[in-house]
Design a protein around this ligand. Sequence first.
Ligand code: TQI
Ligand code: ZN
Ligand code: ZN
Length: 169
Amino acid sequence: HYTFFPGTPRWSTGNSDLTYAFLPANNLSSTVKLVFARAFARWSEVTTLTFTETDVYSDADLTIGFFVGDHGDGEPFDGVLGTLAHAFSPPDGRFHLDGDEQWVVDGDVTTTSLTSAVDLESVAVHEIGHLLGLGHSSVEDAIMFPTISSRSRKVQLASDDVDGIQLLY
Ligand code: TQI
Ligand code: ZN
Ligand code: ZN
């Protein structure tokens, strides 16, 4: 079953049109940006929320960046595997990914030779759930279930994820 963060934080009703920006220093390719756009679309399809990319990092509701090791927020990344990414609950909006992972972008994860490869879209869909206010779920096929094996891809919202997010938005 889905959960929320303590106090059930959510983006307020006056703000269902959320903007997101990529950390300029990361210089991400349009292919990588498209993976995030697809991940956002999975959540906007089942809610009244919309997500629009903005170039103005300082104005964005949601910010996305790749960092390595200690990056100044008290939750240092740890190199390959372990923590892959973290996202803060509303109304914070920060979504950080561990730049030391072997991120798989648009790839067939099962055919990569890297045993430590991690599917970017799978992690993005999960972390966006946190950005929007969902905690972890006890339902195994839910996106918000707190385990994913490396070399696997899970990007489809389960009915448990949809039920949870539709209570918030
Ligand atoms: N990062 C954890 C996560 O996003 C961070 C975390 C731990 C957390 N406890 C939390 C976040 C409680 C919010 C609330 O769950 S992670 C997965 C999954 C991670 C894990 O790097 O371990 C995914 C990132 F679900 F597969 F385990 C993405 Cl999909
Ligand atoms: Zn961080
Ligand atoms: Zn999580």
